[in-house]
Design a protein. Sequence first.
Length: 413
Amino acid sequence: MTFQIFPPLEIPETLAAGPGPGNTDVRVLKAFAGAGVADHMQGDVLRGMIECKHMLRKIWGTGNAYTFAVAGTGWSALDTMFSAVMPGDTVVAFTNGTFSGIDVLTLRIKAATPAEHAASPLDPQAASVTVVEVPHGQPVTAELVEATLAEHKPKWAFMAHWETGSGRVNDLRGFSEACERHGAMGLVDAVSSLGVEDFAIDDYPGVAGWASCPQKGLCCLPLTYAPVSFTDAYIEALKSTGAYTYVHNPIFEARHWGIVDGQDVEKGTYHRTHSGYAVAAFHESLRLTLQEGLAKRSMSYRTHEKVLRDAVTEMGCEVTSDMPSLIVLNLPSALSGREMELVQNCRARGFGIWPTLSEPVQVRIGILNQLNREAVSRIVRLFAEAIRELGGEVDQDAIEALLESRYGTSIAA
């Protein structure tokens, strides 16, 4: 029996213009590739982890001692955060798109009893979980959260901060305040907002647990380290119940980062074989975030998103999102129903935009780590070309005039 030896894998440069991952900053790639050690217990690697922990607290605006990162992507961080939810726990979960919907499935899996798992192993219908489904394209509002928590008085409440399935920003302030009023411990999916939005999690005391990712706003590599942060109340709840996990138990994971009994200690006491290369990349992404400053970065996202929004509107598209790092749109009526065709055409030439992953089918264009005139103008022109390729009409002179008016004098960078 012969076996084919495949040639080396070559992946061409792609313009990542979707909801994430974004194009990794070249300085982060350099830090990853330039790490001169594979030994995860080498002294500089351990020092880097301590520095990462402190930088992350600063970026997220928190005094939570249990602020660290989990090896993997945002799903790893979310699984860690949800690990405190035990079978039979009462949960209210709000969903308004693809990814909060997957979060809700995870919560039903965590809260389901053995009998409920046996009845539907892949989709357990946990009676203790109340799921509030908000229509695609609409936000989770303070009024909805208040009314639902007042009725159900759950132990846990969940919401995504930003839902990238539909590009909607949900009411974090209203969620936190309702959790405080009704004694619920809030859990928030902050996968898309960390590193993009200028906010401090200590300003939202109703939220007990936060989970994010390395590959979006922080512009790091996927499968490096996914940030989490937990209040003392969350940790006390976890101590009282335990969790059905070893790898993703927040208390054990915290020990890996030198956090024991709510205090920073000299070195970790829980062994996980991590990657010195991943530590180097994560460290650099955090360092660059602090160097730039969240206020400046957040404003830059809003400025460039407005240019992209106005440009696609000029092309006849309807924007239905309000996230500063992502545009979700309907194509001009003449091209309705051809969203997937357009996306596939773009991706075939290295222009990585995305469709929505649930109905209705829309187009998603992101600007993660594309915060300059050249990058956004390139995205606009490539999208205009894609529309023309399908037979749509685009006034290129009007598009160029729009770009010149926005970038000619006001945003040269």
